[in-house]
Structures are given as C-alpha cells and as structure tokens.
Design a protein. Structure first.
Length: 385
C-alpha cells in the first residue's frame, strides 16, 4: 500500500512504506515469479527507485520518490517451494506537495535467524500542513489549518512463533513536534501567542513503548487473493520514557481475502483505533485517530475511538488487468459506548490494476472514490490495504 495513510506524521508514513516495500518485493512471491526468476537467471536486484504521485486531498497533489537498496545475501536460498528468504533493505525517501507539505526519511529492514526475527526502523523529518475539523473536543465549522513539524523515530522487532504465521514483538515511537498555525484563523486579527499556546501546545515530545502481535496467512502480500492478515498493537506513552503527556493507544486491523474462482475475489477490511488520555492535559490535535477511507480526507473525522470497515470486489478481465469496486463505512466518537450512535461516513468507488512486472509482481492502478464532501482520485501501487 503506497497510500500515505498516516499523513498526521510523515515519518510514520515512510515506515509504512518501508514495511510494504519489504512485503511487496521480498516475502512470498508466487511460484510463477520464482520460475521466471530462475528461468531468466536474473541477477538479484540491488537498487529500485519508485516515484509516486501523491493524491491525498488533505495535503494536495504532490510527488514523492522512494529508493530501495537491496542487500542480498548470496548464501540465502529458498527454503521451500513458493517462498524465499527475505533480504535486508535500506530505504530513502522524500516527498513534497502543493500545500507546502514536505518530508524525508531513512529506514532499514533486516532479518535474522532464517527469517525468525524481523527488525524495521525508520527516522525522518517532516513539515506537514493539515486541516483539522475537531479541536478540544469541539467540531469546527471552519477547519483549523496547522503546521506539524519535527523529527520522528519508529522501530519494531518481531519474532516468529515456531514455524507458524504468528509473530510477537515490541514497538517504539518517539516524536518531537513543533505545532503552529499554517494559516491565520482570522485574517485581520492577530491572536496573542500566550492565548494560542494554551490551546495548541506548540512544542511537545511523545515517546511510547508497546507490544504487538500479527498473524499473516496471505498467499501473496502484494496481490493477495486468499488468506488473512490480523494485527494488534498496544502502546504506552509515559513521562518515565520521555513523553510530555501520558496516554495509551490500541489498534486492531483485520484484512480478509477470498478467491471465489480464478477471476473473482472479495476482500474485507476492519480496523479499530482508540486512544485513552491518562491525565487532565489536552491531547495534541494530531494524536486522536481519524477515519481512513478512500474518498475521505485525512484528519477530516477524528475521535478517541474510530471504527472503519471496507468491502472490495475485483474481477480479472485478463492476466494483467483487473477491475474493482469498493465501498466503506466509518464511525468516530469520543467514547466506545457512543460509536453506535456516531454519524456514519459512507464511501463508494471503482478502480483498476495493471501488472507491470511479473518478476516482482509490481502492479499500479487508479481508484476513483466518492466521499461525503468530494470525489478523489488515487494513484495506487502495490496492495490497496
């Protein structure tokens, strides 16, 4: 998934990209890809530049580029049919958009002990201009345009349980954010800094540690047609580990894929995000989760509890081209008990994918989504979710 879904802080987006790049180009290629690799006797790829068009409405159109450096171990060989041991990958990326958002990051993904241990790390710096529609638990009639700037470090390590598809691990996140107005609230009124600082928390560190669990039985992470991918993570942000504010977060995601026949497939995505403030201090505006659906601008609908579900059906019209239709629903509320009463955000759309490289299984495509406020075009590469 190349979509910058974690636009609230760009470094997390690059981490997501690194993780997907690792899955898309390294883990579990199809047997056909392995056969092609063998028959062509290709040398292992060492560098892969991937340009991408940014179409996220929250930050406006833009361009990004990611370079993947593959550090191949010649002693590593496929350990069984249909799979191959992963390589280590270094990642460097940068992006810029029309509204002045820009960022860059460096990352590394590596594997030890015959892929029993996986490490992923990313460090970066970003300056993001983003509109927020909820502030201090109040829904705003006019969005508040903020600039979120600063460095971030994100890393995790996972250990495979025996020879299963279960992974257990730990995660660490550190962010330093300078928060300011990207645009004046009132063009002709100068708000005193003291008053603004009371509400915006202009400078803050958030530091957290957590545990994670994952189960992945997908047949191919790049173009999954069967299997599931379930992830759960719990994070604690506390002053004892360098955080200026105490809170916890929990996220659960479930991706489900079914092959109806050789051409038709169905997919179901369910995600739940929640944060819990541990003290009386107001959480920074960029911390509460938001509804993440194609057709909905990032940070448009925020809450301390967010539930999202999305359904997609696809049909292959040729070996390389497939068409898809999707619909989604999302809810955001301050309390879990009020999610059922929250406003339902609906989206619907259509898209297509084209397989441009059978060797690595790289596909690109286009999604057109209709949301509550706007129609959005997304340029996609790799798995949608």
């Amino acid at each position: 998934m190349f979509t910058l879904c974690c636009i609230s802080f760009m470094c997390i987006s690059f981490y997501s990209y690194a993780n997907n790049a690792y899955e898309d180009h390294v883990i579990a290629p199809t047997q056909k890809q392995l056969d092609n690799q063998t028959s062509k006797a290709d040398k292992p790829i060492s560098f892969l530049p991937i340009p991408t068009f940014i179409t996220e409405p929250a930050v406006g159109p833009g361009l990004g580029v990611v370079g993947l450096f593959f550090h191949d171990n010649k002693n590593k060989k496929p350990k069984k049919e249909g799979t191959t041991l992963p390589q280590s990958i270094s990642i460097v990326g940068a992006l810029a958009t029309k509204n002045g958002t820009k960022g860059g990051a460096l990352g590394h993904v590596t594997f030890w002990d015959e892929d029993r241990i996986r490490y992923q790390g990313i460090i970066g710096y970003a300056s993001i201009n983003l509109d927020f529609y909820t502030f201090s638990d109040i829904d705003l009639l006019t969005p508040l345009s903020l600039n979120i700037e600063g460095p971030a470090v994100l890393q995790n390590v996972k250990v495979r349980y025996k020879d299963s598809n279960f992974f257990f691990g730990a995660k660490q996140l550190y962010r330093h954010v300078d928060l300011s107005l990207a645009e004046p609230i009132f063009q002709d009124i100068n708000i005193p800094d003291e008053l603004l600082n009371l509400q915006l928390i202009p400078e803050i560190n958030t530091s957290g540690l957590g545990a994670l669990m994952e189960y992945d039985s997908r047949d191919n992470p790049l173009n999954p047609e069967q299997g599931v991918n379930y992830k759960a993570e719990y994070m604690v942000f506390n002053q004892a580990i360098g955080s200026d504010i105490d809170y916890t977060s929990f996220k659960f995601s479930a991706l489900n894929y079914w092959a109806l026949n050789k051409k038709a497939n169905l997919g179901l995505r369910v995600e739940f995000d929640t944060v819990n403030n541990k003290d009386d201090r107001q959480l920074p505006v960029y911390i509460p989760p938001s509804i993440s659906l194609r057709g909905v601008s990032a940070s448009r609908y925020q809450g301390l509890n967010v539930l999202v579900t999305e359904f997609e059906g696809s049909y292959k019209i040729t070996d390389k081209i497939k068409l898809s239709a999707f619909t989604g629903m999302g809810w955001a509320a301050e309390h879990f008990s009020t999610l059922a009463d929250a406003k339902t955000i609906n989206t619907v759309g259509m898209g297509f994918r084209y397989l441009i490289d059978e060797h690595y299984g790289i596909n690109i495509g286009l999604d057109v989504a209709h949301g509550p406020e706007q129609d959005v075009v997304y340029i996609q590469a790799g798995s949608t979710w």
